[in-house]
Design a protein around this ligand. Structure first.
Ligand SMILES: CC(C)(COP(=O)(O)OP(=O)(O)OC[C@H]1O[C@@H](n2cnc3c(N)ncnc32)[C@H](O)[C@@H]1OP(=O)(O)O)[C@@H](O)C(=O)NCCC(=O)NCCS
Length: 151
């Protein structure tokens, strides 16, 4: 598997990936385009040797209470490529990129119904905070806020 930063040429591939992973929550093309060109966002993709994009992670940097934090906006791996360590590697690359940008705190939202993702992040040092965002997703589910301090 190869890992590299995505650019505008990856727009359609990332759009398709998001649709495949999040049938009810996929980002639209315009948002993905903005994320691909915004200097504050980081999009990393995983591609097979034949050039198929099978996973991506999207992070953005933002100011929160006067400190810069990194926010994980999306993480998705095509079902048939799960359980191979791809998400773990993408997360590590994004955290390294945040760290190089002087970011020491990472935040994310995860659906209260998505236990697999919650456990995935917990195994990677993220904690569920007491913040719950009611009705955060289109299916009506709440979001838990998780965070991690980068050391
Ligand atoms: C959650 C998600 C990102 C995890 O992706 P993934 O690539 O399967 O994650 P990893 O392979 O890195 O780790 C998952 C498991 O595979 C195991 N694994 C890693 N490499 C492996 C390998 N070579 N062989 C077998 N298992 C392996 C890991 O140990 C881990 O196992 P555990 O759950 O028992 O600890 C993926 O399921 C997904 O895209 N879900 C849909 C979208 C989503 O929910 N996104 C997160 C919300 S933003």
């Amino acid at each position: 598997m190869n890992y590299c930063k995505a650019n505008l040429l990856d727009l359609l591939a990332i759009e398709q990936l998001e649709k495949d992973c999040f049938p009810t929550e996929a980002f639209n093309r315009r948002l993905i385009k903005n994320l691909l060109i915004n200097p504050k966002s980081i999009v990393i993709k995983a591609i097979t040797p034949s050039g198929k994009t099978v996973a991506d992670i999207i992070g953005i940097t933002k100011k929160e209470n006067r400190i810069q934090v990194g926010r994980i906006f999306s993480l998705c791996v095509l079902k048939e490529y799960c359980k191979k360590g791809i998400a773990t590697h993408l997360l590590k690359l994004l955290e390294e990129e945040f760290y190089l940008n002087s970011i020491r705190k990472v935040v994310l939202e995860v659906s209260a119904l998505n236990v697999i993702a919650q456990q995935f992040y917990q195994r990677h040092g993220y904690f569920i905070t007491s913040s719950i965002l009611p009705n955060f997703y289109n299916d009506g589910s709440d979001a838990f806020v998780m965070n991690k301090n980068l050391l």
